[in-house]
Design a protein around this ligand. Structure first.
Ligand code: NAI
Ligand code: MG
Length: 366
């Protein structure tokens, strides 16, 4: 049996609650996949601040480097809001992504048939949506220098900087094309090329990369009109690729399609996945639900674990090349939803919701 080392970073709020279900799922799958998962635990975010005075320790980065993959819950909460930006829980997560060179953030948004009426959008708009947002994660506005807020005698002034090199753009766009090749063969490159220089470069590089993938269609879209199309004609999209800030915003917008923020998984990678399926090569990845620590419902055992469970499925797919197991997990989630079972965030009036642990158990049972 092949051993898989997974570092668990539960974090804060509902993070530990949903991560427990992702862990139990992988353990349950072990025998069927011929894999033995060995888990280690560490603190990150607010939990690490409370224990060690820092949101991310050097030892944690090292432990991540020694692992095949990291499964993370969520970080943050009002308890740590008084801290300056650089030492808050969120800085721990940004630091980890950056230290590990995880430049590609994959956020699939797939609408389960049973939840076509769970979105505030009309069922005929969201039914059948299956798109993938590929967000650049280690560059752009979130890391560019200078970045400061100056409180001077003439008043306050602030600046953030949006830098991209052609190499940074090429590697993320290339990854988007590789992924699109295995899907419906369409890439939408999102930019603001009518205003921003970085976007003009982005468009040039995307067009160059596209010439290496004649079987995939490239479409350029301006981010503002793309935001509109995401909620008016979301089935138009297959793979969308964009810079860090645009990706942050549009992927949250796309979450509306799925019915709840609690539904969505993500993977952060530092390179293109090996050719599937069943490739023995392992690609390191950080897997986490898209949602935050949800302080409003933390500690009550009612959080939706689907985002965390589907993140474990992404681990099976991208780090381990276990496509069949990943698909089986997704099918099990669909099956539970088809049976009308819902956590509180999805339960309409008249439906008795189940808790986090019960939902996780029902998925494992299937
Ligand atoms: P949030 O995602 O934690 O919660 C937004 C809303 O969605 C809340 O009403 C919450 O109850 C609900 N929700 C989220 N996940 C859910 C789940 N699995 N099941 C059921 N309901 C769920 O975002 P918010 O409230 O803006 O941020 C709370 C804290 O989380 C902040 O400190 C923020 O900085 C942090 N955060 C951390 C992230 C991460 O660790 N990747 C991402 C986003 C926010
Ligand atoms: Mg966000």
């Amino acid at each position: 049996m092949s051993e898989v080392r997974v570092l668990l970073l539960p974090g804060d709020g509902i993070g530990p609650e949903v991560l427990a279900e992702a862990r139990a799922l992988l353990e349950a799958l072990g025998p069927a996949t011929g894999l033995r998962f060995s888990f280690s635990d560490d603190l990150i975010g607010g939990a690490a601040i409370d224990a060690y005075g820092t949101p991310l320790r050097e030892e944690t980065i090292e432990a991540a480097r020694q692992s095949d993959a990291v499964l993370l819950g969520a970080v943050g909460g009002p308890k740590w809001d008084y801290l300056p930006k650089a030492t808050r829980p969120e800085a721990g997560l940004l630091g980890l992504r950056k230290e590990l060179g995880l430049f590609a953030n994959l956020r699939p948004v797939k609408v389960f048939d049973a939840l076509a009426d769970a979105s505030p959008l009309k069922p005929e708009i969201v039914r059948g949506v299956d798109l993938l947002v590929v967000r650049e994660l280690t560059g752009g506005l979130y890391f560019g220098q200078p970045s400061e807020l100056v409180r001077g005698p003439e008043g306050r002034r602030a600046v953030d900087t949006l830098p991209y090199t052609e190499a940074e753009i090429a590697r993320i766009v290339d990854l988007a094309f590789r992924l699109a090749r295995e899907r419906r063969r369409k890439v939408t490159s999102v930019d603001k090329a009518n205003v921003l220089n970085t976007s003009q470069l982005w468009r040039e590089v995307a067009t160059e990369v596209a010439s290496r993938y004649p079987e995939v269609t490239l479409e350029h879209a301006l981010v503002d009109s793309c935001a509109m199309r995401l909620v008016s004609r979301p089935r138009d999209f297959d793979v969308l690729v964009m810079e860090n800030l645009f990706g942050d915003i549009l992927s949250d917008e796309a979450a509306v399609l799925a019915g709840s923020l609690g539904m969505l998984p993500s993977a952060s990678l530092h390179g293109a996945p090996p050719s599937r399926p069943g490739s023995p090569a392992r690609l390191f990845g950080l897997y986490e639900p898209v949602h935050g620590s949800a302080p409003d419902i933390a500690g009550r055992g009612i959080a939706n674990p689907i985002g965390a469970i589907l993140s474990a499925a992404m681990l099976l797919r991208w780090t381990l090349g276990q496509e069949a197991a990943a698909t089986a997990v997704e099918a099990a989630v669909a099956d539970v939803l088809d049976a009308g079972i819902r956590t509180a965030d999805l339960a309409g009036s008249g439906t008795q919701p189940v808790g986090t642990a019960e939902f996780g158990r029902l998925v494992r049972e299937r």
